[in-house]
Ligand binder design. Structure first.
Ligand SMILES: CC(C)(COP(=O)(O)OP(=O)(O)OC[C@H]1O[C@@H](n2cnc3c(N)ncnc32)[C@H](O)[C@@H]1OP(=O)(O)O)[C@@H](O)C(=O)NCCC(=O)NCCS
Length: 266
């Protein structure tokens, strides 16, 4: 899945190699709930479909082989499909197969060139740094403090850190004066395309609106630039009042929209 996604990545892609590492490993024991299938020719993966719940489908198809989108749809026969508004070869197949667009909350796909990155500015007593293997317990705790309902735990995060292309040097935290972690930003670097994905970013609910989310992102983006990346992308939820902060955070960091996710129903 990652090989296809990296080989064909562009601003028309619904997914980045980091999405796959994070989404497939962030929870333990989900594989039995999923159905995944690859379409391969001469050892080269040209399409994949991934259903995380009955009736739902996420698909990724090499734009050079658009006809495979029909095969993926016919194989899974989903009710709901999520893709990108710029993935025209997938949208054409959805319409050919009788799917219609449905409106609701969506993911805004944002980009920022890694130029003109300001220095992080932290409140007194807070520091920012990348993690080491010894930080696992605190690293998971700060993730859980930002997403109280999460199923991310130490076992799953250990699997995330073992997955390609995770780099501890791109996994950043803000450390509070008492030594606990207050905010975090994990960046996934696709070296072949020069682009990093921020996923996930969170601030412990006790420390919000202090500039920690902004600072941890800036520190991680500066590290990403030092690794040789040219661009960062991020996909916050938009149009959903339950998630008021994410889109404004990235807009304030200079990210601009280039695409959005779209849902199609049959
Ligand atoms: C999104 C999140 C990381 C922001 O963290 P934070 O540390 O509170 O953010 P900052 O204090 O650095 O805010 C920086 C800027 O983002 C914007 N912003 C942050 N929270 C906001 C909110 N609730 N409403 C509107 N704008 C907001 C503002 O422009 C803010 O600058 P300002 O305070 O000078 O106005 C935090 O709210 C969070 O963890 N939410 C839950 C998880 C999540 O949604 N993560 C992002 C998706 S991956």
């Amino acid at each position: 899945m990652q090989a296809l996604t990296q080989r064909t990545w562009s601003h028309d892609s619904s997914c980045h190699i980091g999405d796959l590492a994070w989404q497939r490993l962030m929870h333990v024991g989900r594989e039995d709930e999923w159905s995944t299938r690859l379409w391969e020719v001469d050892g080269e993966v040209r399409a994949w479909g991934w259903s995380q719940a009955p009736g739902d489908l996420q698909l990724y198809v090499d734009p050079a082989h658009p006809e495979l989108a029909d095969e993926v749809l016919v194989h899974f026969g989903p009710k709901t499909v999520t893709t990108l508004d710029r993935a025209t070869h997938v949208l054409d197949a959805l319409r050919r197969n009788g799917y219609v667009r449905s409106d609701g909350p969506y993911l805004a796909y944002l980009t920022r060139a890694l130029t003109g990155l300001p220095e992080p500015m932290l409140p007194k007593g807070f520091t920012v740094r990348s993690v080491t293997a010894d930080d696992l317990v605190h690293r998971v705790a700060v993730h859980q403090a930002a997403w109280p309902a999460t199923r991310v735990n130490e076992q799953s995060y250990r699997a995330v850190t073992a997955a390609w292309p995770y780099r501890a040097g791109l996994d950043w935290v803000v450390v509070a004066p008492d030594g606990s972690f207050a905010a975090s930003c994990l960046v996934w670097f696709d070296e072949a395309n020069g682009v990093g994905l921020l996923e996930p970013v969170g601030t412990d609910a006790r420390f919000r609106r202090l500039g920690l989310g902004r600072s941890v992102c800036l520190a991680a983006l500066r590290a990403l630039r030092a690794e040789g990346a040219r661009e960062a992308v991020v996909y916050p939820v938009a149009g959903d009042s339950r998630h008021p902060a994410a889109l404004p955070l990235y807009e304030a960091l200079g990210f601009a929209p280039y695409a959005r996710s779209v849902d199609y129903l049959r």
